[in-house]
Ligand binder design. Structure first.
Ligand code: G6Q
Length: 555
């Protein structure tokens, strides 16, 4: 019996709009909507110190949000009414809260210290986690020490991760984020797209004799990854001309030992994980092998410690001082009561340049859902679009719309007190921009202020900033492996909080599964030698015919 047959819908819960706190928030929104952050700050001189929370090295200033103490109280009450406490406990206990796939959701076990017991189907999973971590460390140490030799005896010095989605975005993001701590003698590349250009460009200057491919795929069936892995195998064999070379140039990260073996990778060179790790929650599992090779096993363990400390904070801190709970509730506040459709994440740290892309998957694949756990259509908004770019680049492009556009776009600004690259005044200037942007968004510039600058009347409306645009400021000390772990876990749990309020399953991804099968039929039609009988709509049929005609002309 497959997981899908075992899975059962949850009994219907009270729809969130019928919760008392939701109704109170609706009324309360009417009062808040007319208040300006300028007034909220003017009436409360300590607001900027009061509406803050701090834990595991992250200082969260949420004072520049359109909230009062009453708002926060009601949001926390909403979380309680929606059973957040029970849901958190259920997740940490290893209950199968991913009901549509009949799976536990235990990324928190990936960073649990040894000795902690987390039981799934009667088995404590923590020892297995540490066993894999130990094997990864052994392997990573060998590669870093130049002791993992390719087929010709040359030490491997290029590491290419092949994976997509959750098996790519985390590893790329973490490699970029922790580049400062990486072994600079090694070269890292990431291939994800089925577009052959991705593979071609990633490998064009690499010597196959010195290259190791880490094929990362939970299922080991994903079209893109399997296509790229087969191309990589051809690329290696074309140069080294012996199938025995595969064992020295390929390792796999997967839950599917059979498929790994079939591909030709020795299962001794496979690093496993488990069905209770979702793809987008897997960067701290064996999927992080490339990260561990880059920063070493100690750096990787520091990152896990950061994750774990945030897990503990999330599990134990009262909701009103709980960073993921606060962030999650604020997202719900803007999405459902202000109609905000997007949220920007703006890291002022160049090393976090892939963080917004990583968060896009984490947030949107998790909470882009339109039915509740019991299968009823929701009649309220769920997951907003997450997007962003590292500061200050965004300021010279899309910030205009955040400042003066017609929509409300809540922003998370992420800043650091120290940089790993202290050059002249750069870091002061960078940080000045974080603070100045949040100030400008909140307070704006009134017509009086604009006029006082000598602006002619006709130009005044163009130069007015209405302000009252909300933001969080997250301030950390330095971007270390530990800090990265805390930051990722913060967003993971914030997503969970949102999903709990919205009563949706943040851990399945049927939309992605659809994409995985759709292209198969069309791919067969594109490459068929005999003219295929096309049964699509007229648009798709015509596009296929056009492509086939171009292919015929090419050959
Ligand atoms: C993540 C999704 C999805 C997945 C990729 C790759 O939560 O399930 O992004 O990670 O489709 O899947 P494989 O690791 O199985 O190749």
């Amino acid at each position: 019996m497959g997981a899908m047959d075992r899975a059962r819908p949850a009994p219907p819960a009270t729809p969130v709009p019928e919760r008392p706190a939701w109704a109170r928030l609706r009324e309360h929104h009417g009062e808040i909507a007319t208040q300006h952050l300028r007034d909220l700050f003017a009436h409360d001189p300590h607001r900027g110190e009061r509406l803050t929370a701090e834990a595991v090295g992250i200082y969260l200033d949420y004072s520049k949000n359109r909230v009062t103490d009453e708002t926060m109280r009601l949001l926390v009450r909403l979380a309680e009414e929606c059973g957040l406490r029970d849901r958190i406990d259920a997740m940490f206990r290893g209950e199968k809260i991913n009901i549509t796939e009949d799976r536990a959701v235990l990324h928190v076990a990936l960073r649990a210290p040894s000795g902690r017991r987390i039981v799934v189907d009667g088995i404590d999973v923590v020892p297995a986690v540490h066993e894999v971590l130990g094997r990864m460390a052994e392997f990573a140490d060998q590669v870093r020490a130049g002791l993992w030799h390719g087929y010709t005896g040359k030490p491997v010095r290029n590491i290419v991760n092949i994976g997509i989605g959750g098996s790519d975005l985390g590893p790329v993001m973490a490699y970029e984020a922790l580049r400062h701590y990486s072994d600079r003698r090694l070269t890292f590349r990431f291939v994800s797209n089925v577009d052959g250009t991705d593979f071609a460009e990633a490998t064009r200057d690499l010597d196959p004799a010195e290259t190791l491919f880490v094929v990362s795929s939970k299922t080991f069936t994903t079209l893109e990854t399997m296509t790229n892995a087969a191309t990589a195998r051809d690329w290696v064999l074309a140069a080294l001309k012996d199938r025995a070379a595969i064992a020295r140039h390929f390792v796999a990260v997967s839950t599917n030992a059979e498929a790994v073996e079939q591909f030709g990778i020795d299962v001794m060179n496979m690093f496993g994980f488990w069905d209770w790790v979702g793809g987008r929650y897997s960067m701290d599992s064996a999927i992080g092998l490339s990260t561990m090779i880059a920063v070493g096993s100690r750096g990787f363990r520091e990152m896990l410690a950061g994750f774990h400390d945030m897990d503990e904070h999330f599990r134990t801190a009262p909701f009103g001082a709980n960073l993921p709970v606060l962030l999650g509730l604020l997202t719900v506040w803007y999405t459902d009561f202000f109609g905000a459709q997007t949220q920007a994440v703006l890291p002022y740290e160049q090393y976090l340049k892939r963080f917004p892309a990583y968060l896009q998957q984490l947030t949107m694949e998790s909470n882009g859902k339109h039915v509740t756990l019991s299968g009823a259509a929701v009649d309220y908004a769920t997951g907003p679009v997450f997007w962003g770019e590292p500061g200050t680049n965004g300021q010279h492009s899309f910030y205009q719309l955040i400042h003066q556009g017609t929509g409300l776009i809540p922003c998370d600004f992420i800043g650091f007190l120290h940089t790993r690259n202290p050059l002249g005044a750069h870091h002061d200037l960078l940080t000045a921009n974080v603070f100045a942007q949040t100030e400008a968004l909140a307070f704006g510039k009134t017509p009086e202020q604009v006029r006082a600058e000598g602006t002619p009347d006709w130009l005044v409306p163009h130069r007015v900033f209405e302000g009252n645009r909300p933001s969080n400021t997250l301030l950390l000390d330095t971007l270390t492996p530990y800090a990265l772990g805390t930051l990722v876990a913060l967003y993971e749990h914030s997503v969970f909080v949102q999903g709990t309020i919205w009563d949706i399953n943040s851990f399945d991804q049927w939309g992605v599964e659809l994409g995985k099968v759709l292209a198969k039929t069309v791919a067969a039609e594109l490459s068929a030698t005999a003219e295929p009988e096309l049964r699509h709509d007229s648009s798709t049929n015509a596009l296929i015919r056009r492509y086939r005609a171009a292919a015929r002309a090419r050959s």
